[in-house]
Design a protein around this ligand. Structure first.
Ligand code: NAP
Length: 251
């Protein structure tokens, strides 16, 4: 069994996940670059180089999750770090649509239930399915870290604060999917409290990626920083926390 530290990043063929994978490789870990499209994952792993290795993983496909789990078990026998990074923000925004215009068609009063189901399928049920499947391998590591890549947009406390600038954008599709992800983070953290597995959520901040049609303002390095920090926390690290590079956030 390979006792080297193994990390799996979902949705690592581009964006923040790609950057997280790159930085964990630079720190000497074996990194499995999760990608629903294997060719894109292979291209990403090749561009990262070193110990990066592509793995086909569609978080909405139980067969894909089972195959990836089997491969990790066979090749490494355990998993030290799981970064649940894969997500989608919508299914309806057109390339020329500004975020502000998309928000107008995705509020509680007019959101498409089909779109909400599709986004939650990836961002919420996908994380549940991947985490449940990989828990036995995480339990086999000396200690393990699960990092859920959430968003400040999911914080109920922040969105209930009248002084919050963007609280009018809090809608049921993407923002609330991150609220649900936060809830799941707490559920896993509480259940695994006595185990060697830490479960935390992080927010990258508003990062320039395909997810927001490149309207974000932070770089990939800035966006990946907190996930990388939390992924590398030691056995005595915290669990059940929601953090950004600036510090702890309220759920
Ligand atoms: P991105 O560039 O669009 O990357 C998202 C990744 O998720 C892509 O690799 C995508 O694969 C993958 N993905 C989507 N559906 C998937 C599925 N069913 N199975 C497996 N992979 C799937 O966006 P990003 O900004 O880097 O997002 C990374 C994380 O940061 C997300 O959790 C996002 O919610 C969070 N976040 C981002 C921001 C921001 O400002 N960018 C802010 C807060 C939180 P494809 O290439 O195949 O589409």
């Amino acid at each position: 069994m390979n006792k080297q530290r193994i990390a799996l990043i979902t949705g690592a063929n581009q964006g923040i996940g790609f950057q997280i994978a790159k930085e964990l490789v630079a720190r000497g870990l074996t990194v499995l670059v999760g990608s629903r499209n294997l060719e894109k994952g292979e291209a990403a792993a090749k561009s990262i180089g070193g110990t990066a290795r592509a793995i086909q993983l569609d978080v909405t496909d139980q067969n894909s999750i089972a195959a990836a789990t089997k491969l990790i078990d066979k090749e490494y026998g355990h998993l030290d770090i799981l970064v649940n990074n894969a997500a989608i923000s919508n299914t309806r925004a057109t390339p020329d649509m500004k975020l502000a215009d998309y928000f107008k068609i995705s509020m509680a009063s007019n959101a498409s239930l089909d779109e909400m189901r599709a986004v939650w399928e990836t961002n919420v049920f996908g994380v549940m399915a991947v985490t449940q499947a990989l828990l036995p391998l995480l339990r086999k590591a000396p200690f393990a870290n699960i990092v859920n890549v959430s968003s400040g947009m999911g914080s109920l406390t922040v969105n209930c604060d009248p002084s919050t600038e963007y609280r009018k954008m809090f809608g049921p599709i993407y923002p609330a999917s991150k609220t649900a992800l936060n809830a799941i983070t707490v559920a896993f953290a509480n259940e695994l409290e006595e185990s060697t597995i830490k479960v935390n959520a992080v927010t990258p901040g508003f990062t320039k990626t395909a997810l927001n049609n490149f309207e974000g303002i932070e770089t990939l390095e800035q966006g990946a920083a907190e996930a990388v920090r939390v992924a590398l926390l030691g056995a005595d690290g915290p669990t059940g926390k929601f953090t950004a590079t600036q510090g702890e956030l309220p759920w």
